[in-house]
Write a protein that binds this ligand. Structure first.
Ligand code: F6R
Length: 241
């Protein structure tokens, strides 16, 4: 695991966007694993700018998102389907059929989870997986005590996650469950690219990258990933030894 510290959020987000852009230019049909959340908004804005101003071409790129809330329709403003359209997909030339998010309204969530992993596999697996870290130490929605071997499944959200994301729900109550790739699924990606910014993440970042590898902090499992780069700003890095 390589940790790269940048002076502020803007520079850290710019670096992550450039790493993604370089990977897309090198392999136009890249299979990209995507995350949502506040941390990623500037990264997606920069990728959209690169598409507009620098002809960054996503036309052959395939994407698989990490997670989606259970029970939210795709057009619900709080859904991750909506987030991805708003922040990235509608600003770039990706083909809608090449973008994938789990369906949190599926009647049979187990079959949905299995089918999603099969689709990832049929595309050759994730080349580059983008990740944030939540206040509970989660990656995706792998809350504390998720097995480090876990696969895509539905998961009950931790109280810290409900406190973290609840304020984002302007309409309706935040679902208490989500579909998420498992820790085992994430560890199979060829490269992992983690972005963590802000003082509020300093403690959980230190636990994740310098603490024990434990299912109590599922982000710590990334220490086992053979090609993992963690880009952070100085505020998030403030508790590192
Ligand atoms: C979202 C996801 C989560 C977030 C994490 C950080 O798709 O997978 O693990 O990356 O909760 O969220 P923010 O960036 O809002 O602090």
């Amino acid at each position: 695991m390589e940790v790269i510290i940048r002076e502020n959020e803007e520079v850290a987000c710019g670096m992550v966007a450039r790493i993604i852009a370089k990977a897309v230019r090198k392999k136009p049909d890249l299979v990209l694993g995507l995350a949502t959340g506040r941390t990623m908004e500037k990264v997606y804005a920069e990728l959209a700018r690169m598409h507009r101003d620098e002809a960054l071409d996503f036309s052959a790129c395939r994407t698989f998102n990490l997670d989606e809330y259970i029970g939210l329709e795709q057009d619900d403003v709080n859904s991750y389907h909506h987030y991805m359209d708003e922040h990235l997909f509608r600003h770039i030339n990706i083909k809608p059929g090449n973008t994938h998010l789990p369906d949190g309204t599926a009647d049979d969530l187990k079959a949905e989870a299995r089918g999603y992993e099969e689709k990832m596999c049929a595309c050759g697996g994730i080349d580059l997986q983008l990740l944030g870290i939540g206040q509970s130490g989660h990656i995706g929605f792998n809350e504390p005590l998720s097995s480090l071997m876990s696969r895509m499944r539905d998961k009950v959200l931790a109280p810290e996650t409900i406190a973290q994301n609840g304020p984002l729900f302007k309409t309706g109550a935040m679902p208490k469950r989500a579909m998420t790739m498992g820790v085992g699924t994430i560890l199979e990606s060829r490269r992992a690219l983690v972005l963590v910014t802000g003082e509020g993440k300093a403690d959980i970042l230190a636990e994740s990258v310098e603490g024990a590898v434990t299912s109590r902090v599922t982000a710590s499992a990334l220490q086992l990933h053979p090609h993992c780069v963690v880009v952070v700003d100085e505020a998030a890095a403030s508790k590192l030894q």
